[in-house]
Write a protein that binds this ligand. Structure first.
Ligand code: NAD
Length: 254
């Protein structure tokens, strides 16, 4: 069984009770980790930390814009102030600017790349620096997507950001392997969260089309992703780095 006792985990984009970040955080808390949650939405992320504390876990929260470099230094300082160290970093925060390339403005492109890719560079750099200060060791899990593995029409900028996350992570994994700092990516398929609710906007026809395209015939649950994150965070995954894991009901196996 996965054992995260004594480990401290920082999860970004963790404000939504039904989102992937909080699901991963909750599963890691249940395996014994101390959690530090961040999000743009200060009130909601504070409420999620309170949810974990009510379940008997150690949890703190702080507002963060993951695109802000100075903000990363402040968050790492707060994590170390609260728990003394950082063992696990989950770069989960993200947005989906879903437009065909011809309908996309440069501003759309910049926002998508900034929130989904620049943030992962800033976070991974800040996390690795802290893990090095501790003498090495640690696990970084960067949230990509099936759109970071195969082309999906209408997702050009999102796909570019998530494909970037994938190869950025592999490259950094090679830089940090000898220090036992592992860096991996998770590639969710269609998971029922606020992001999908906004994208589908209660359009049953689109929902039916999407679920029909999933070999398992249904959307996944946030905990399906959380379980993969918790595994990669743990010492059970101690020989896994630079790797990519699809959790997609078979979508990209086709
Ligand atoms: P979500 O919208 O429920 O959660 C994303 C969170 O990120 C939100 O709480 C939001 O406030 C936060 N966020 C956005 N911009 C931020 C910023 N600049 N700074 C800090 N926080 C910010 O979405 P989700 O479905 O839980 O997605 C989580 C991650 O998983 C994203 O990276 C997403 O691209 C990826 N993903 C999701 C799916 C899916 O089907 N839901 C599929 C593939 C990949």
């Amino acid at each position: 069984m996965i054992d995260l006792r004594g480990k401290t985990a920082l999860v970004t984009g963790a404000a939504s009770a039904g989102g992937l970040g909080f699901a991963a955080a909750r599963l890691m808390a249940r395996q014994g980790a101390s959690l530090f949650l961040t999000d743009l939405d200060a009130d909601a992320v504070a409420a999620r930390a309170e949810d974990l504390r009510r379940e008997g876990h150690q949890a703190s929260a702080m507002a963060q814009d993951v695109t802000d470099e100075a903000g990363w230094a402040a968050v790492i300082e707060a994590v170390v102030g609260a728990y003394g160290r950082l063992d696990i970093l989950v770069n989960n925060a993200g947005i989906a600017v879903l437009r065909p390339m011809s309908a996309m403005t440069k501003a759309d492109w910049d926002r998508q790349i900034s929130v989904n890719l620049d943030s992962v560079y800033l976070g991974t750099k800040a996390g690795v620096d802290q893990m090095r200060r501790q003498g090495g060791g640690g696990s970084i899990v960067n949230m990509s997507s099936v759109a970071g593995l195969v082309g999906v029409e209408g997702t050009a900028a999102y796909a570019a950001s998530k494909g970037g996350v994938r190869l950025f992570s592999k490259s950094v994994a090679l830089e940090t392997a000898k220090e036992n700092i592992r860096v991996n990516t998770v590639h969710p398929g269609m998971i029922w969260t606020d992001m999908q609710k906004v994208a589908i906007a209660d359009n049953k026809e689109v929902f039916d089309q999407i679920t029909a395209a999933v070999p398992m015939g249904r959307m996944g649950e946030p905990e399906d992703i959380g379980a993969m994150v918790a595994f990669l965070a743990s010492d059970d995954a101690k020989y896994i780095t630079g790797a990519e894991f699809t959790v997609d009901g078979g979508m990209v196996a086709q």
